[in-house]
Ligand binder design. Structure first.
Ligand SMILES: Cc1cc2nc3c(=O)[nH]c(=O)nc-3n(C[C@H](O)[C@H](O)[C@H](O)COP(=O)(O)OP(=O)(O)OC[C@H]3O[C@@H](n4cnc5c(N)ncnc54)[C@H](O)[C@@H]3O)c2cc1C
Length: 659
């Protein structure tokens, strides 16, 4: 039976909720904090900031990651920046405006109260990071510089060249290292959480695998926090780091944590196009490039055909024959429309035959106008490392002059196409970031909380650090206030025995299949199914076919997989097989959710539900809720529960980026 979902959102008007919450919540007595242990799984921006903050507040923290150093978490890949409502540009920005843009950008499917809190704490994040020494870009006069990202008409994105994630992570890592030295954080690198242990209905520990020795180990604590990132790699090809996986989140789901809005997957418009079937990863070209780059395809089909055949180059096409389709369709936001809108517009042009490379699946991102206006030096200061990265991969340098027509210089444009990038769905959490298992919390990309059906650029880092530095350290105390009188538990109870045995048995099962196919070959096939049937454009029929194909492939995985080696010592193939097992669960969840949501919103585009102009058509009457999926056992369909959305500050309306 569907559950009643209590999101624990405090009463009162939206701008007051977080203040009210903080004023009335229970806090842990400082002396008791010393007795309380917290497991934090993940050292990306969310995990590292949470671990450092919780330790600083006095709790004992056990912090886990699969890489050999916290500094190698996927968060270092973040290029473009982090949002905050500082209004340094005096361009009319405010907490309310950031809140409004985020809710609108998410196509009115986010939780209003959470988003307001996010916008409120955004400014603290910048102060915190500056205090840590994060080298944000500055104006000549010393003021922190800003640029614009999609879905906003103000400049509120703080950045450190094209390496913002890395610099922010170094800041969080330095705080974390301080706590490691102080003995408050114990770091477990090259450890993978394989299961969460639930005792008397509460999360009380984890089973983790030492990835170097292969040994399974048990850890107990008063609360468990997962900060393990998103599930984009379900699609095989994505912009995510190859190690990104959803095993921890899916195990929590199997143990009773609900999974929210899995169909909300973000497809980023500016990635280097797929160039063959031997690729294992896609590369993002940061959205920041849309500040100065203009996106176009030819106006004439014969030009597009010549580009596809390689008999013509982009720079040979004069200005009047170029279709800057985003500027044409969305005059108010132009190239800075949100990602879902820009991605669909690129697909629409390519589907109509206007693609610009040999596969017909690419559009141009062109810097000719901005280089002519500002000079190459300025453009290189802003995007130098991105230009170099593009050249390294494609052998084309976007700052090279290629042609001159009527006295206008034309530079070599980048080619880009949409690709899987981020997942807005995730483990369901309440206002306190607690999952439906008491004592289990989820933060950062692995929860669903703040982005609705589409995340705006530069808002993931904002959310991860808001959760880690400023939200979880308060909200977790409400739960721990009780725990301080309960004391520690050992790791020899039957729940730990059972969990460890289950993990062990699963490893044996996978090793003993002894079939013929490698993990990657099956994963690649899963990715094709996901992209084709559960990707950018979805239909009920396609989703049903997709689900059937995923289930058939899962049978192949269960009967014809080959994992070399043993479970003792390092076995990367075995680790990947476990990840793939969970991508199968995840892929089906995405498809089930997409099939149940008979509307289009944000990144979830059902082709049956679109306006005459091809925009997403929401159905607020029937789908104004968070879809919360509950695990019902292997082989059974999950059950859908609904958390109704309540908006009091923002009027729910159709998104408009045209005027
Ligand atoms: C190319 C690229 C560029 C981006 N640029 C931007 C940007 O400019 N601005 C922006 O706001 N966002 C950006 N994003 C999104 C943003 O980087 C991520 O959403 C964010 O970094 C996620 O942080 P996280 O801490 O939640 O997870 P992650 O950084 O993914 O960290 C996950 C952590 O969990 C650990 N882990 C995972 N599974 C396990 C397990 N089972 N056991 C133990 N540990 C585990 C990992 O070791 C890692 O430490 C970008 C994303 C990509 C792919």
């Amino acid at each position: 039976m569907a559950k009643v979902i209590d999101s624990k959102i405090p009463a009162g008007p939206v701008p007051e909720k977080w203040k009210e919450y903080k004023a009335h919540q229970r806090l842990v007595n400082p002396k008791n904090k010393l007795k309380l242990d917290i497991i934090v799984v993940g050292t990306g921006l969310a995990g590292a900031s949470a671990a450092a903050s919780l330790a600083e507040m006095g709790f004992n923290v056990y912090n886990f990651c699969i890489q050999d150093s916290p500094r190698r978490a996927h968060s270092i890949a973040a290029q473009g920046g982090i949002n905050a409502a500082k209004c340094y540009q005096n361009d009319g920005d405010s907490v309310y405006r950031l809140f409004y843009d985020t809710v609108k950008g998410g196509d009115y499917r986010a939780r209003e109260a959470n988003v307001y809190r996010l916008a409120e704490v955004s400014n603290n994040i910048i102060d915190q990071c500056v205090a840590q020494g994060v080298p944000f870009a500055r104006e000549y006069g010393g003021m922190l510089a800003n640029r614009s990202f999609g879905g906003a008409q103000v400049s509120r994105t703080f950045y450190a060249k094209g390496q913002t994630g890395q610099q922010l992570l170094l800041g969080a890592y330095s705080s974390l290292s301080c706590q490691v030295k102080a003995g408050k954080v114990k770091l477990f690198t090259r450890y993978e959480m394989e299961d969460v242990v639930v005792v008397d209905g509460r999360a009380r520990g984890i089973i983790a695998k030492n990835l170097t020795t292969g040994k399974l180990e048990r850890f107990s604590a008063n609360a468990v926090v997962i900060a393990t990132g998103g599930y984009g790699n379900t699609y095989f090809l994505s912009t995510n780091a190859m190690g990104c996986n959803c095993t921890a989140a899916v195990q929590c789901y199997r143990k009773g944590a609900m999974f929210a809005n899995p169909s909300y997957v973000q497809i980023h418009p500016t990635c280097i196009p797929v160039h063959g079937d031997k690729q294992s990863k896609l590369t993002l070209m940061s959205e920041s490039l849309r500040n100065d780059g203009r996106i176009w395809v030819p106006k004439k089909l014969e030009d597009a055909k010549a580009l596809q055949a390689g008999t013509k180059q982009g720079w040979e096409i004069p200005e009047e024959d170029r279709d800057y389709y985003l500027e044409r369709r969305y005059p108010a936001f132009g190239n800075l429309v949100p990602r879902d809108v820009a991605s669909r517009a690129a697909k629409e042009r390519c589907d109509k035959g206007f693609g610009v490379n040999n596969t017909g699946l690419a559009v141009f991102l062109d810097f000719s106008e901005s280089i002519n206006r500002l000079g190459l030096d300025v453009i290189m200061q802003r995007y130098g490392n991105l230009f170099e990265m593009y050249e390294e991969i494609t052998d084309v340098f976007p700052g090279d002059v290629a042609n001159e027509i009527n006295g206008v210089k034309y530079y070599k444009p980048m080619m880009i196409y949409p690709a899987i990038h981020y997942t807005m769905g995730g483990i369901w959490v309440d206002y306190e970031l607690q999952t439906s298992i008491p004592g289990l919390f989820a933060i950062g990309e692995c929860n669903f909380s703040d982005h609705g059906a589409n995340r705006l650029g530069a808002s993931a880092l904002m959310q991860g650090l808001a959760d880690g530095y400023f939200v979880l350290p308060y909200t977790i105390q409400n739960y721990l206030a009780d725990q301080s009188i309960w004391g520690k538990i050992g790791t020899d109870g039957k729940e730990f025995d059972e969990a460890e045995k289950a993990v062990n048995d699963e490893q044996d099962r996978l090793l003993n299949i002894k079939g013929k196919r490698s993990v990657d070959s099956i994963h690649k096939e899963l990715g094709h199914i996901m992209w084709e049937y559960v990707g950018m454009g979805r239909t009920a029929e396609g989703l049903k076919t997709g689900l059937k194909k995923i289930q058939e492939l899962q049978k192949e995985f269960d009967t014809n997989l080959f994992v070399p080696g043993t479970k003792e010592g390092l076995n990367v193939e075995l680790d990947k097989a476990i990840h793939l097992r969970d991508f199968f669960t995840m892929g089906q969840l995405v498809a089930f959710d997409a099939l149940s949501r008979n509307e289009s919103c944000g990144g979830h585009f059902r082709e049956e539900y679109q306006t005459e102009e091809g925009e997403a058509k929401r159905d607020d009457e029937n789908y104004f809720y968070v879809g919360c999926w509950e695990y019902k056992g292997k082989g059974n369909e999950p059950e859908l529960n609904k958390e109704p959305l309540e908006y009091e500050a923002i009027k729910v309306q159709t998104r408009n980026y045209k005027n």
